[in-house]
Design a protein around this ligand. Structure first.
Ligand code: GLV
Ligand code: GLV
Length: 326
């Protein structure tokens, strides 16, 4: 008998077809968003779950489903999964690292440039029929080239962003839990490790790419924003909750920083409506990894993990190796 899985969200039909070769699949191609309790009920009798960052996978779900063997998230971030509870329950948890590094770095770069060079703000102006004349100072903003880039969270995506800065003659500062090896720093356009405070004070463009956890909650709040230059930009492609959105809104409103690019929000898909009243922020709906090839690669990566986990092999992207060791 094939193992049973639940695919918690709509996914590429070709990936679903692949899963159906290996499993008895119940899937949510209608793409309803299930509550934690509904997901817990859907997991009933299932050996595996295919999830996305929208689904909270809780200790209660593991307690109610002792038959569950694997939860495979289609994302590099996995703060939606209680991994400690999964480990305790003997459930393998996996993510999809690496396949999205370059695409996500491209998007971080695009969002930073859009914020600095006021691309969406000026496009709204044009579309609204307000463009009557060219002026020396319309939509002027800071430069990207030659500026100092500050990257908070220097994992694989952060390093891919740093590499892109070489073509823009930028200096790179970074802050991270741990320092990179010298050869990694060299490959990341000679990135220099500094304290978070020094980075915020010196960078012209700050990009956030760190994972969310209790420890990184509000990494950027009012005191951190106060350290930044009034001409600086802040780009968040990490996770909602890394930035105190209320503090960011206040800083943007008062012009204490020049602009921001925000792809992830506290409580998304809800967000603070005050963002919409600000012209100096570029807002996107959590799409940093959203190129067609990369989203397909992420879905296939999650499927690979599920197939390995439920056939007794070690999944390639296991987050809790203690479970496999048992
Ligand atoms: C998307 O946010 C991801 O974590 O992959
Ligand atoms: C601007 O359009 C220029 O020609 O400098």
């Amino acid at each position: 008998m094939k193992p049973k899985i639940f695919v918690a969200r709509a996914v590429f039909p070709e990936v679903l077809a692949r899963l159906e070769q290996h499993f008895e699949v119940e899937s949510n191609q209608d793409d309803r968003i299930y509550s934690a309790d509904e997901l817990l009920a859907k997991a009933n009798g299932k050996d595996g779950l295919f999830t996305t960052p929208s689904e909270p996978v809780t200790a209660a779900l593991f307690a109610a489903n002792p038959q569950l063997k694997a939860v495979c998230n289609m994302a590099v971030g996995y703060n939606n999964i209680d991994v400690a509870a999964a480990t305790k329950a003997g459930v393998m948890a996996t993510n999809t690292p690496d396949v999205l590094n370059e695409t996500t770095a491209d998007f971080g770069w695009a969002l930073m440039m859009a914020a600095a060079r006021r691309i969406t703000e000026s496009e709204h102006f044009l579309r609204a029929g307000k463009w009557k004349k060219w002026s020396y100072d319309s939509f002027v903003g800071p430069d990207i080239h030659g500026a100092t880039l500050g990257i908070v969270g220097m994992g694989r995506i952060g390093q891919a962003i740093a590499r892109r800065s070489l073509g823009f003659d930028m200096q790179v500062l970074y802050h991270n839990r741990s320092r990179l090896a010298p050869e990694q720093e060299a490959r990341a356009n000679n990135a220099r490790y500094v304290s978070k405070e020094e980075l915020l004070q010196q960078a012209d463009h700050v990009v956030l790419v760190l994972p969310y956890s209790k420890d990184t909650h509000h990494t950027i709040a009012a005191p951190e924003l106060a350290l930044m230059k009034p001409t600086a930009t802040l780009t968040n492609i990490a996770r909602g909750g890394i930035v105190d959105d209320a503090a960011l809104i206040a800083a943007l409103r008062e012009g204490r920083i020049a602009a921001a690019g925000v792809d992830v929000f506290e409580n998304e898909p809800s967000f603070k409506p005050e963002f919409l009243g600000l012209s100096n922020v570029v807002l996107t709906p959590h799409i940093a990894s959203a190129s067609t090839p990369t989203r397909l690669a992420m879905a296939n990566c999650a499927a690979d993990n599920l197939i390995a986990a439920l056939s007794g092999e070690r999944p390639p992207n296991l987050l809790n190796p203690d479970v496999a060791a048992r």
